[in-house]
Design a protein around this ligand. Structure first.
Ligand SMILES: *Cc1c(COP(=O)(O)O)cnc(C)c1O
Length: 489
């Protein structure tokens, strides 16, 4: 098997093995790691369609994580994708109203982040062992709501690691917040941080690129890493479910092996959809990716015009995990379409002026978006027609997909990537279905949602309002470095 090296998006002379890139998270110059050459899937769809999720995940990940042994990688996969998921398929495909929903919310925190964050701690521990690193790994994470909880669940009580999660004060749903502040584990810390998600992400990034602080903590036996989707240890595991969804459709006789399909992905930081794009580069038969945004439609504008412009008002929407104006992973696509030199220039322009333009284009990615009313309507319509309750993020994708079909008349079979359980956003989901719920309490509405949807309250959020709050920190974003130093005393 050929070795895949990881190089920087701003400097191709930065070059590491997969395990080193997983440990580092981000390049020293602020760039991200990308595979120097995209591996090609050599197994046929027919062969892959016979595999279960773990088997398929191994086929995909072994092509990217080439410095892991078979035993190491299987250890990681088998520990990640087990009975923590409430369905043996791990990622389930369901057909409603002529489209397919890939339900990625059957893990411990009922959002798709579990798909990658269930395995990241194992990949990281294995990487540390392989590289003979004995420092305590400190995971620093900014979250728009779902990453934080999934990372906390993944890393809680994992020997040799600590995790500190920052969520934007007032920027997450009540259920998301309650999930985080009740997190147990002797190595976990959760804090609200002033500002929005982009502020939180920039504050965390400023630590990763602060050589002095890194040295100071290195001397004390700590090493920082990231659980955000900038880490290839998160991105690559997500490639697997695009293959899995495709194989499920073949297995069920819905499509023929080799036939192209579309994917619609509710997008924020551009991690999920980029994993799909990687799958296509490896050989998965995909026609278009529909990149769905909410009212923070910076990506929609980018794919329509070639100009990325974050200079606009940040909106709080009913799909908070997509409330983002700086989609970090887009840098990887930009680099794949241009060069390291050009990417470095564009990212400099982004950080100095908040805007950049480029002419190179990904013709297989289409930008769409849905505003708040369209999102609510999508939930209402799907419920009325199919008794199927969408969460707000998946609803953005469904509404965007409907617009795309109206615009293009494209009838390609389509998978909508379903990123969260409606229970995580019970209040907005119920209100979309019936206005009468608009002043109700989010936690009370879980019982109501059980009646409406006919799906039992998932164990991870049942009675969550009764759990004890264990974390009550508020961090000023200018003081994030002191906050982290304090935690590591
Ligand atoms: C994180 C998240 C998204 C956005 O995914 P990206 O990889 O950041 O684009 C969409 N929906 C939900 C529910 C999420 O948690």
């Amino acid at each position: 098997m050929k070795d895949v090296a990881y190089i920087g998006t701003r400097d191709k002379n930065i070059r590491m093995k997969a395990s080193e890139a997983i440990l580092k998270g981000i390049c020293p110059d602020g760039g991200l790691f990308i595979p120097e050459k995209m591996p090609v899937m050599e197994k046929s769809i027919d062969e892959l369609s016979k595999m279960d999720y773990r088997g398929l995940a191994y086929e995909v990940m072994s092509l990217f994580f080439t410095d892991f042994t078979e035993e190491e990688l299987k250890y990681c996969i088998n520990n990640a994708y087990d009975s923590k998921f409430d369905t043996p398929e791990i990622a389930q495909v369901v057909e409603k109203e002529g489209v397919y929903f890939l339900e990625l919310f059957h893990g411990k925190t009922i959002a798709f982040k579990d798909m990658a964050l269930s395995i990241l701690p194992y990949l990281m521990k294995t990487s540390a062992k392989k590289n003979d690193i004995h420092k305590e790994i400190v995971i620093l994470t900014a979250t728009s709501g779902d990453t934080g909880k999934a990372a906390l669940e993944g890393f809680a009580n994992v020997e040799g690691t600590r995790i500190i999660v920052f969520f934007p004060n007032g920027g997450v749903s009540p259920v998301q917040k309650q999930q985080m502040v009740t997190q147990k584990g002797k190595n976990v810390c959760v804090a609200a941080i002033t500002g929005n998600f982009d502020d939180a992400q920039s504050a965390v990034k400023s630590i990763f690129t602060d050589a002095e602080m890194i040295k100071e903590l290195d001397d004390k036996g700590f090493m920082f890493s990231s659980a955000n989707s900038i880490n290839i240890g998160r991105l690559i595991p997500q490639v697997a479910y695009y293959w899995y969804a495709y194989c499920q459709l073949v297995k069920k006789g819905k499509i023929k092996a080799g036939e192209k399909i579309n994917f619609t992905v509710p997008t924020g930081n551009f991690g999920n959809i980029l994993a799909g794009y990687f799958a296509k580069q490896m050989g998965l038969p995909v026609n278009k990716f529909i990149c769905a945004s909410n009212s923070n439609k910076v990506l929609y504008d980018f794919f329509r015009t070639g100009t990325y412009d974050k200079n606009r008002d940040f909106m709080l929407t009913v799909s908070p995990s997509m409330d983002i104006l700086i989609s970090s992973n887009l840098e990887r696509l930009v680099c794949m379409l241009t060069s390291q030199e050009e990417t470095a220039d564009l990212m400099k322009s982004l950080s100095e002026k908040g805007v950049y333009s480029m002419t190179a284009k990904a013709y297989d990615i289409v930008g769409e978006y849905a505003n708040e009313e369209e999102t609510f309507q999508a939930i209402r319509v799907m419920y009325a027609n199919a008794d199927y309750v969408l969460d707000t993020h998946t609803a953005v994708a469904y509404a965007s997909y409907s617009k795309y079909v109206r615009e293009t008349q494209d009838t390609t079979p389509t998978v909508i990537v379903s990123t969260a359980s409606p229970y995580k956003f019970a209040k907005d989901v119920c209100t979309a279905i019936d206005e009468k719920y608009k002043d109700c309490d989010a936690f009370e509405l879980m019982g109501e949602l059980e009646k409406i949807s006919g799906v039992a309250i998932p164990a991870p959020v049942k009675d969550i309002e009764k759990r004890e709050v264990l974390h009550n920190n508020l961090c000023e974003r200018e003081k994030i470095k002191d906050f982290v130093r304090d935690q590591l005393k």
